[in-house]
Design a protein around this ligand. Sequence first.
Ligand code: PMT
Length: 421
Amino acid sequence: MLTGKRILLIVSGGIAAFKCHDLIRRLRERGAAVRCVMTEAAAKFVTPLSLQALSEDRVYADMFSLTDESEMGHIELSREADLLVVAPATADILAKMAAGLADDLASTVLLATDKTVLAAPAMNVRMWLHAATQANAATLRGRGVLFVGPNEGAMACNEYGPGRMAEPLEIVAAIESWFMGKLAAPDFHMALPQPPEAIILPHRPLLGRRALVTSGPTREAIDPVRYISNHSSGRQGHAIAAALATLGADVTLVAGPVSQADPVGVRVVRVDSADQMLEACQVALPVDVAVCAAAVADWKVARAVNAKLKKAPGAAPPVLELVPNPDILATLSAAGINRPRLVVGFAAETEDVVSNAVAKRTRKGCDWIVANDVSAGSGTFGGTDNTVHLVTAEGVEDWPKQSKDAVAARLAVRIAQHLVA
Ligand code: PMT
């Protein structure tokens, strides 16, 4: 896809600079030639040697280097490239680009270029949301600079919002789209339509709080070798348990049969059936918050047998009588004195996702419900990404498509806000 393409990668000084290693690797394995320019601040985060080793090319940093100028003038650097990529693009370099400053090699190359520039912003959420940065980004967009990201997520200092640099593969996808002619300035800005507010929380806001999370499918035995189940992988539920633990909560994760690794710092109770899941949840009470992300089988076989059902020649197949499983979410929501202060359910829907979820919140008696589309082709079951709607008594929030980890981080922050308030 990128064979023979020449990328000039400008690395400015932010913690996200470490992702450049992966970015260079991904570009190189697609056949692109990558040449790096780094700012003085970038060298505090990554070394010229590492960029040189990965790009297999010289790394340029000094505007007044006689050797560099004699071999490759700074104007030549951009002339030789097909595309300039600024990753990470800090608030500082965006401001310089918008103002037309040229006080180091990176900003000089950016001012001197007539090539397309793709910027991957990365900075503190408040810096990104600051009117100055938003104005700079708007100015640059107006001049044809392309943007990928920033993504929304939990950041250092317990802040949450847009500001994380796009992942290397997202940047690669943007670069490939540009080379395919699919990427034009006005239609490509992956930040949320309206930046959400920065959320500032105390350090480890859930310290001293207890959380219960269910995750994965349940298995309802038919006989010792067969069962009824579903496609849940446990990715979403496990990510939520991990995110709550990161915020300091004491988390019990009741997990159906999945192959996900146990999240670090989380107590994991493994179960098979819905009955076992309910019992494990009740043992975990009292908790401050319960999040039911498990895909619990609605029905079980009325009479599971202890011996394998035999297929007798000529005999009719067995008829399975199903009976309802206990509803764990509804039970926790009606747990009286032991009711968690906040009960969060999920709604897995294949049609009318939001309206069904709104009705489900009332029917099950939970406080919030996270609705997701599990129709064929959505990729929600087992996939890495999820598009969810948070349904509360106040209304419905549509969250953008994001990784299940990002959904979990955002949900955990919302839970912390609610419990800490
Ligand atoms: O595990 P992944 O591959 O990452 O996929 C994630 C997911 C799709 C499983 C997850 O995001 C999700 O939607 N989980 C809920 C699945 C589900 O059972 O939805 P439901 O609409 O059928 O149930 C509504 C709620 O009731 C859920 O919170 C469920 O946990 C709960 N429930 C359902 C039946 C039952 N007997 N007891 C319950 O507690």
